[in-house]
Ligand binder design. Structure first.
Ligand code: G1P
Ligand code: ZN
Length: 544
């Protein structure tokens, strides 16, 4: 075997964002772009000689090309073994599980999540550490620094691995084991949920539809929902992964899953609808006549988790990202368990999960998960919902209403302004930041009084690290809140995210239209930040 050391020149734009390095495929196709980035990752790690690396992706365009490169780089750098999903597929939560289960040193997760795929779409590479979770900032910062000066990478001169063939192969001296992507993950799910109970639910005529959005969860959902749990064939739609996601946008929200939403709002529709994104870590939950916001879903799953065998002894704590609504906080308070507010991005949950301080985590961006892996997990959320529905013998709508009647309702929405000019967006944030010190005590829109206004700084209680400038928060005396931050996952221009929340007590009104209920806060946010006038947009690109 020959290990070649190949000269390269650095790229200056390989800065990992909220979730790895996401760029247009055309950017990734530049000479040595993949090689530089993966070599830079390896250069920032220590102690991996002879160890195992997991590699898998969501099957999007360029997945196969990047995986072959990654395998050759891993072999040349001295990894002992690579575990790779068949056909290069591993959902992000399954990759996390496989890293943990086989005690791998780490893993490369190739995905741009919910961003469109195909030759004109996006691609991404993320490094996960040995706990199965995304690398912490100290690693991603070091990788970025390394990419700016890298001058060579190491590759073995070996043929492509046959990714379709399950079993053991070699790349140079390194073992490459191609795994069935579903088996280990499905076995894990069986330990967490009452499969007999869910099977009985389907056998009793309960109907659901699961939209895999032509992305990675297709094989997982077919196997688990239809083969193992007995849901009728056809329950899973768009279940074959395709490199361009059927030319769609694999983001499970009310824009891209509108037909399913509309179906669930009709009497003929199924009892339950769910979807997952490109790489299988996000979820959308809709009951008959009831869309469940991700923030409410987190709170309801946490409040009812003990109904599932994997959580029967109770949960240690809950964590949510800062922009996520405070609905879960009320559950934690009632359960008398820890509650943590972290910056946006799953990587901030890792320490809390590892330390056993929290069991369930969630983000408003349709991400929920638990300590079973170190990523959010779309199918996990769907299965926990099914377990809860089967145990309580109630509809989603009944469960949600009872939850509000117990804890109150947090009306919640997010307005995204996508592909805004980056300079305008950062100026907008800077100007708003400058106004913050003067806001507390001021009144707006009749009865909104500002209680606090700051740029969120997180102090990690486990490792003592600090992450500053994580989003502007303006809180009001009645518990309402406006949050504004720039996306860290966009690939073109800037995406401005505006998060709005208002609390209505347990005995208050729970049947208002969300946008109407939040109207005064929407008006306030526009007034204070000048969003419409500065961006020239009349309305958000996406409302979730
Ligand atoms: C977005 C979401 C965030 C999520 C991330 C990765 O990041 O807001 O909650 O963790 O995608 O799926 P953002 O683009 O806001 O930085
Ligand atoms: Zn995702």
């Amino acid at each position: 075997m020959t290990i070649q050391t190949i000269k390269t020149t650095p790229y200056q734009d390989q800065k990992p964002g909220t979730s790895g390095l996401r760029k247009r495929v055309t950017v990734y196709q530049q000479p040595n772009y993949v090689e530089n980035y993966i070599q830079a990752i390896f250069d920032c790690l220590e102690g991996y000689q002879g160890q195992t690396l997991v590699i898998g992706g969501d099957g999007r365009y360029y997945n196969d090309v990047a995986i072959q490169k990654a395998i050759r780089l891993a072999a040349a750098n001295g990894f002992g073994r690579v575990l790779v999903g068949q056909n290069g597929l591993l959902s992000t939560p399954a990759a996390s599980h496989i890293i943990r289960h086989y005690k791998a040193f780490g893993g490369l997760v190739l995905s741009a999540s919910h961003n469109p795929g195909g030759p004109e779409g996006d691609f991404g590479i993320k490094y996960n550490v040995g706990n199965g979770g995304p690398a912490p900032e100290k690693i991603t910062d070091a990788v970025y620094a390394r990419t700016k000066v890298i001058d060579s990478y190491k590759m073995v001169d070996a043929p492509d691995v046959a990714l379709g063939e399950i079993g053991v192969q070699h790349s140079g001296d390194m073992i490459v084991e191609v795994l069935d992507p579903v088996t280990d993950y499905a076995a894990l799910m069986e330990t967490l949920f009452d499969f007999d109970l869910i099977r009985a639910l389907f056998a009793s005529g309960f109907r659901m539809t699961f939209d895999a959005m032509h992305a990675v969860t297709g094989p997982y959902a077919h196997r688990i929902l239809e083969d193992m749990l007995g849901a009728p064939k056809g329950t899973v739609i768009n279940g074959t992964p395709s490199p361009d996601f059927g030319n769609g946008h694999p983001d499970p929200n009310l824009v891209y899953c509108k037909p399913m939403h509309d179906l669930l709002m009709t009497p003929e529709g199924p009892d339950f609808g769910a979807a997952s994104d490109g790489d299988g870590d996000r979820n959308l939950i809709i009951g008959k006549n009831r869309f469940v916001t991700p923030s409410d879903s987190l709170a309801i799953l946490a409040a009812n988790a003990a109904l599932a065998p994997g959580y029967a002894t109770g949960i240690a704590g809950i964590a949510r990202s800062m922009p996520t609504s405070a609905a879960a906080d009320r559950v934690a308070e009632k359960l008398g368990i820890e509650m943590h507010e972290t910056p946006t991005g799953w990587k901030f949950f890792g320490n809390l999960l590892d330390a056993g301080r929290v069991t369930i985590c969630g983000e408003e961006s349709a991400g929920t998960g638990s300590n079973h892996v170190r990523e959010k997990d779309g199918l996990w959320a769907v299965l926990l919902w099914l377990n809860i529905i089967a145990s309580r013998r109630q509809s989603v709508d009944e469960i949600v209403r009872e939850h509000w009647a117990t804890y109150g309702r947090n009306y919640y929405t997010r307005h995204d302004y996508e592909e805004v000019d980056a300079t305008i967006a950062s100026q907008l944030v800077e100007d708003l930041r400058a106004q913050l010190p003067a806001l507390p005590g001021k009144n707006f829109e009749d009865d909104l009084q500002v209680a606090y206004a700051d740029d969120f700084t997180y102090h990690d209680p486990v490792d003592g690290s600090t992450s500053a400038r994580q989003g502007i928060r303006i809180g009001f005396t009645d518990g309402s809140r406006v949050v504004l931050r720039l996306s860290g996952t966009g690939t073109v221009g800037a995406t401005l995210r505006l998060y709005l929340e208002r609390y209505e007590a347990a005995d208050g009104r729970h049947d208002l239209d969300t946008q109407t209920a939040l109207e005064p806060l929407i008006a306030f946010a526009d007034q204070i930040a000048g969003i419409k006038s500065r961006t020239g947009r009349d309305e958000p690109s996406v409302i979730t």
